[in-house]
Design a protein around this ligand. Sequence first.
Ligand code: PGA
Length: 249
Amino acid sequence: MRKRIVAGNWKMHKTVDEATALVNDLKSRVKDVSHVEIVVCPAFTALSAVADAIQGSNIRLAAQNMHWENEGAYTGEVSPVMLKDLGCTYVILGHSERRAYFGETDEIVNKKVKAALAGGLLPIICVGETLEVREEGKTEEVVTRQTKGALDGIDAAQAEGIVIAYEPVWAIGTGRTASAEEANRVIRIIRSVVAEIFDPKIAHEMRIQYGGSVKPNNAGELFSQSDIDGALVGGASLSASDFAAIVKA
Ligand code: PGA
């Protein structure tokens, strides 16, 4: 049985004090939850403070991005070693905003996935089609290419713990969600691609989240689907009560 995972992607929001207040509020709201893995993804500047705040709790820490090298002359970048050092368990890789605004290609995402695994971090790999791609009927083709691209050269022994987030770009921050059935359909396709890359057992065990305008009022329906193993939540994760409601859904 796959343990559901709900992660809050805070994006470029919250100062250190605000982030600490948010996570402390969340901590008390979800303290009795044990059947769902709860992850928060603050900005780099708040990782350390949030790491301290969640010590001993049921909340895990993730970063939103990283470089693929462990150190070097890469001004402005943060490495897997640094994230591990701060107590991160996960790192979001290949978010559509990284792909759209910072030129991340499947090849770059793949380098980062390899570096994360080598550094003891579990990647949350984001895939998803734009509206244009969907209207052209190429959703399957694109998510297949992104999934294969991200996992290229990873062997089965390393696959345990990898999380994939299916996030249709047109549903992110727009208030438009894919219907639960449609999200489930695409996630099943991604799972079959994972089976092809590794094997059916790994595909069966891999957690695949849905992301894109997940809110307390649609989370339950999404989570009732056979293949949706949780959510990557943006906007609604900035409210402790909304995020806790999604976790409890
Ligand atoms: P959203 O963002 O929940 O605000 O749509 C999701 C994401 O980008 O991960």
